[in-house]
Design a binder for this molecule. Structure first.
Ligand code: PLP
Length: 489
């Protein structure tokens, strides 16, 4: 029998695992047929320049698993019907069953995929990323270590579904202080991201075919979440003041939810003025509709006080409460934490918590307790103050460098405000957005296409998101010079 076994000395698989793997593969593929005699362990060991024990180990495992049988005195033979026994019970490719997927899964398959961005680039303008070097990792590590000594964190199997009580309380205080949202800890549910918050609301509020009014352009991940829930999306135009509430009144007459990013419209950067906030609330209250307020970048408004969140106005004006607020810790702490939260009107909270419990019980305890300690210790607001100054400078640098290096070849979106962690830039070039992004990547520069933000016609010129939070001015300049070369080519 010519076994043609290849052994890789540098492989992470042990030598006897490799001998076992190759023999098993040969048997299953029929290259070693039923009844075939395996070489003696001594001969194979010599052939492969391995220890005899290595080969005996592999043979013993094949014997235990029934791939081979040992005949005393005459050697080791391939057992009968092995391939059939291993694969015979499974239908062959030719008559494989036709999969009957759920309507949800079919909807998911039909939706345009929002790809994860590729790995880090040499000069990374990835939007939505905070500066991870600016995060006080040493404090975080110390707090986490401290919390992990708390037995009550380790001995719980699950719950509370709404989130760790200390974190809910700490966030309630923070939201009141910084976002003018007077809420109790009981109105807060800790989620694994703001996307989960949106998904929970879709789950408890929408039926298939219900309409959802959605900013156009808008946040593709939230759009997909509603589409997956079976909702009909109604695009509502956005201008330099954010969602056009007059258009919402005509187009969104039947909508049961309006999804908005009022503090920093995604992706343009428009800020919804107070008058529109009131008009939007009025629209929702008249219809018994919900507003889902995604406040993803609210912490970063540079040089001006933030306008109170819609949820705050909702809570402090008489009338039925209509705003569900979604917040994320991805930007103010770090994205791999995967923690976010929602604030719901008091009469809705029980349903939200029940949905969270039914779907995935609760967010991880240790991380929640660490964030609570981070907020309670004053580190959160101190960190926020520091990065707010840093990001304000970086945003100013980016705009200056874009202007100096690209002149009128690149225009910042007219709705942009001094806020958030990215700017939307339109390029004057005949290249498509995809070509520009790909060509930049080849030169080691990562920029994000804004194409997936548009459900209707995207602008004819390439529209690109530039994240600025984690890049020094020097690197920005180098990256933008490389883009200038691409534009000239
Ligand atoms: C509009 C918008 N909302 C929310 C988020 C935060 O999402 P998550 O909490 O899933 O990290 C992002 C992140 O990029 C975003 O762009």
């Amino acid at each position: 029998v010519d076994l043609l076994i290849q052994i890789e000395r540098k492989s992470k698989r042990t030598l006897h695992d490799q001998v076992y793997d190759r023999l098993r593969e040969a048997i299953l593929a029929g290259r070693l047929r039923e009844g075939a005699r395996l070489p003696s362990s001594r001969a194979l060991a010599a052939d492969l320049e391995l220890s005899r024990f290595t080969v005996i180990d592999a043979y013993n495992r094949l014997l235990d698993e029934g791939f081979v049988i040992g005949r005393h005195g005459s050697g080791t033979f391939v057992a009968s019907n092995v391939a059939e026994r291993c694969t015979g019970a499974l239908p062959s490719g030719a008559n494989a069953p036709v999969r009957s997927w759920s309507a949800w899964s079919d909807r998911l398959a039909a939706l345009e995929h929002v790809p994860d961005p590729p790995g880090e680039a040499e000069i990374d303008f990835r939007h939505a990323m905070p500066d991870l070097d600016a995060f006080p990792h040493a404090i975080w590590r110390r707090l986490m270590q401290c919390e992990s000594a708390d037995r009550s964190l380790r001995t719980r199997y699950y719950g509370p579904a709404a989130g760790w009580p200390a974190l809910r309380a700490a966030l309630a205080g923070y939201l009141d202080r910084s976002r003018s949202i007077p809420c109790s800890a009981e109105q807060i549910v800790i989620t694994s991201s703001s996307q989960e918050a949106v998904a929970l609301i879709a789950k408890i509020w929408l039926n298939e075919g219900d309409e959802v009014a959605f900013e156009e352009p808008g946040y593709p991940r939230a759009r997909r979440t509603f589409q997956l829930a079976g909702a009909e999306l109604v695009p509502i135009p956005v201008d330099c003041d954010g969602l056009d509430v007059n258009s919402l009144r005509t187009l969104g007459n039947r909508a049961r939810i309006a999804f908005v990013t009022p503090s920093h419209h995604y992706p343009t950067g428009a800020i919804l003025p107070l008058a529109r906030r009131f008009a939007l609330l009025e629209w929702a209250r008249e219809r018994g509709a919900l507003i889902v307020e995604d406040d993803y970048n609210s912490e970063f408004r540079f040089g001006a006080r933030p306008i109170p969140a819609l949820a705050g106005i909702d809570a402090t004006t008489p009338g039925p409460r209509s705003v569900v607020y979604a917040g994320t810790l991805s930007k103010v702490l770090f994205p791999s934490l995967r923690l976010g939260y929602l604030v719901a009107p008091p009469d809705m909270i029980e349903r939200v918590v029940a949905a969270k419990d039914a779907l995935n019980r609760n967010a991880p305890h240790l991380e929640q307790a660490t964030v609570a300690a981070f907020i309670e210790g004053g580190h959160f607001e101190r960190h926020l103050g520091r990065v707010r100054r840093l990001y304000a400078e970086r945003r100013a640098s980016l705009i200056r460098v874009l202007h100096e290096e690209l002149g009128d070849q690149a225009a910042i979106h007219p709705a942009a405000n001094a806020a958030g962690l990215h700017v939307l830039v339109e390029f004057k070039t005949a290249k498509s957005t995809a070509d520009l992004v790909a060509a930049a990547r080849v030169t080691g520069v990562h920029i994000d296409s804004a194409a997936s933000c548009y459900s209707q016609a995207a602008p004819s010129n390439p529209s690109v998101l530039f994240g600025f939070a984690g890049i020094s001015e020097e690197l920005m300049r180098e990256g933008i010079r490389r883009l200038a070369t691409i534009l000239e080519a």
